[in-house]
Design a protein around this ligand. Structure first.
Ligand SMILES: Nc1ncnc2c1ncn2[C@@H]1O[C@H](COP(=O)(O)OP(=O)(O)OP(=O)(O)O)[C@@H](O)[C@H]1O
Ligand SMILES: [Mg+2]
Length: 147
């Protein structure tokens, strides 16, 4: 029943926990983990929070959008592989996160979306970030929100 799990990630610790949760499920169900990042930065410029993340993670060329995203996706793929997931893929897709995630769920024929409750956004106090909330409202498949 569980063949493909879509995990949208933004580099946040909540998204990393979503990767770990999805990987645990996927290794038990022998499912594939599809990691995606929606790049919605105007003029190809990294948002401040992602730049700060890149600096704190000592990523070379913290201003290079492609380098930072590739590093985030590759390290998530490694987490999944280390957790025993046999099949993984990763992709960065340009567009609005909500739409990219919903379209990817259809394109990859995902049975489940696993995502973080919050991301790299600055606004504290919200239980669930705007991307998670919109996906939760509009997805056609089950959504697991990881805290
Ligand atoms: N650009 C993105 N690409 C892929 N997944 C994303 C992206 N942004 C957020 N997500 C996913 O959504 C989860 C929740 O992040 P969200 O953006 O909703 O919260 P936030 O950043 O705290 O708040 P907000 O963005 O509304 O200020 C993340 O843990 C991640 O799984
Ligand atoms: Mg966000």
């Amino acid at each position: 029943m569980l063949k493909t799990i879509l995990v949208p990630i933004d580099g946040s610790s909540n998204a990393n926990r979503a990767v770990d949760f999805a990987s645990d499920l996927a290794s038990k169900y022998d499912a594939k983990v599809v990691l995606i990042h929606a790049a919605d930065y105007p003029f190809g410029r990294l948002p401040d929070e992602l730049h700060d993340y890149a600096v704190s993670e000592h990523i070379d060329g913290p201003d290079e959008v492609g380098t930072v995203i590739e590093k985030i996706l590759a390290s998530a793929e490694l987490r999944a592989a280390n957790a025993g997931v046999k099949e993984t893929s990763h992709e960065s897709i340009v567009g609005d996160p909500e739409q990219v995630i919903l379209d990817a769920a259809t394109a990859f024929d995902a049975d489940l979306i696993v995502m973080g409750s919050r991301g790299l956004g600055e606004v504290r106090g919200l239980l669930v970030g705007s991307v998670s909330e919109k996906v939760l409202h509009n997805a056609k498949v089950p959504v697991t929100i990881v805290r």
